[in-house]
Design a protein around this ligand. Structure first.
Ligand code: SF4
Length: 152
């Protein structure tokens, strides 16, 4: 059976076929000016906060990702995946949300011989508010590309 969580399969996808899912709990809870919509938290263009979500979101969109969902919970992230139908997913969340999200994508892809490939980045510190992530690990996941073999 095809592995759903797979860096190798993810690396073979193009940025335009990917989405980034980030848990909203990484935002600065006291000062974040974002507003929630059906597709997650919307960051205003002029947000000036020092914020890991803003940084990761900006880089993913610059690379050409098909979307970023700053999700308030797993159901919202799974709906985003259903609607965008990506081939590659970077998911940043607490271990419990990641486990449930991977299971939901696996269920959604049942019978599909080429399910989306997921790379997971667990939070360093969870707790639902003002959480933390290893930014280098998240950036490495977002940038993963397949390296063509050197010509002999
Ligand atoms: S970048 Fe987005 S998530 Fe971060 S503080 Fe600004 S509006 Fe909130």
């Amino acid at each position: 059976m095809t592995e759903i969580v797979s860096e190798a399969r993810f690396a073979a996808t193009e940025p335009k076929e990917r989405v980034l899912l980030v848990s909203q709990c990484l935002r600065p809870s006291q000062t974040c000016p974002g507003k929630f919509s059906r597709e997650g938290l919307n960051c205003p263009q002029d947000c000036t906060q020092e914020c890991v979500i803003g940084r990761l979101r900006g880089i993913a969109l610059e690379l050409g990702y098909n979307g970023v969902c700053i999700a308030a919970g797993g159901a919202m992230a799974v709906r985003f995946v259903k609607e965008r139908r990506p081939k590659g997913i970077v998911a940043i969340a607490c271990p419990k949300e990641l486990e449930e999200g991977v299971a939901a994508v696996a269920e959604m892809s049942r019978g599909n011989s080429d399910p989306p490939a997921i790379v997971t980045v667990p939070l360093l510190r969870d707790g639902c508010v003002d959480t933390e992530v290893d930014v280098d690990q998240a950036l490495r996941a977002i940038h993963l590309l397949s390296i063509a073999p050197e010509p002999k």
